[in-house]
Design a protein around this ligand. Structure first.
Ligand code: ATP
Length: 266
């Protein structure tokens, strides 16, 4: 962050009262706007965040049981993968760069820049954010993104040969449905972090963590550390007992019951 941005974000912190009920969410928005000014996030990314915030409201902005179950299984898949890759877009780089690097180190996994609106200036801006956060290697930048995901068109399909193309497990957040479907069709296990349990990504992924990336990425690192101490049999049991549809049903049920309860409390 340069000096002007730093002082700007400090002044926003000063304006929003400590006890403002939406303080965190306002500060997060500010981070995304600043990231857009640095070409890390595109305007569409701000709209995607707005869609996510709506679902975060419905779950009460907390990591719930249905997310905990998905986080455990996601951690097992990542630990046991041969080539796990964390796919990073502009919003993720803006919101949780250090946490992504810490998660990648804990697994260990590769980090790849993967953008819906790909261009080299943005790729490099995101790479810079990740390197400043401690990443030693960032795939999917420039020539490295020279391979393609079959059945997808335009720049959306470009990936790295050593990264997503050859990955057996891919972790992604705020992803669009077409790309998630294409990765699943390629035989990859896809772990999605998506606040909307109704999105195509949520419905298609192998494991869907219905939670905000702000909470989910650090929580996933904790689970990775915890799952590493489990035996192979215990991990196997977790994988066998997991059903992603049940988790999505759980999320939808939670949202509807919470809304019903809130309507009674009015
Ligand atoms: P799909 O193509 O999968 O049906 P979509 O068209 O809604 O989904 P996008 O507009 O790219 O996809 O939005 C990305 C998704 O990320 C949305 O479902 C949104 O709810 C979710 N999302 C936004 N912000 C966050 C966040 N901070 N943490 C987790 N999920 C988020």
């Amino acid at each position: 962050m340069d000096k002007t941005q730093d002082s700007k974000s400090r002044s926003i912190r000063g304006i929003v009262p400590e006890n403002h009920p939406r303080r965190e969410s306002i500060l997060i928005r500010e981070r995304l706007v600043e990231a857009m000014e640095r070409e890390v996030v595109v305007p569409q990314g701000l709209i995607a965040q707005g869609r996510g915030e709506c679902f975060d409201y419905l779950i009460g902005e907390k990591t719930r049981d249905f997310a905990e179950r998905a986080l455990e299984v996601a951690a097992v898949l990542l630990i046991e993968a041969k080539n796990p890759v964390i796919s990073v877009n502009g919003n993720m780089a803006a919101l949780v760069p250090r946490e992504i690097v810490e998660l990648a180190d804990a697994i260990p996994a590769k980090i790849e820049v993967n953008l819906f609106y790909r261009d080299e200036v943005r790729e490099r801006a995101i790479e810079k954010v990740l390197r400043e956060a401690g990443a030693r290697e960032v795939l999917g930048v420039g020539e490295d993104a020279s391979e393609t995901i079959p059945e997808l068109f335009s720049e959306r399909r470009r990936v790295s040969k050593r990264g997503i193309l050859s990955a057996d497990v891919v972790l992604l957040g705020l992803e669009d449905g077409d790309r998630t479907e294409a990765l699943v069709r390629m035989g990859k296990r896809v772990i999605a972090i998506d606040l909307n349990p109704l999105s195509r990504t949520s419905l298609t992924a192998s494991v869907t963590i219905v939670d905000n990336v702000i909470r989910a990425i650090p929580a996933l690192r904790e689970k990775v550390l915890k799952m590493k101490s489990l035996s192979r049999e215990e991990r196997e049991k977790l994988l066998k007992g997991y059903n992603n549809r049940d988790v999505l049903r759980g999320a939808m049920k939670f949202m509807s019951e919470r809304l019903a309860q809130l309507s009674l409390d009015l």
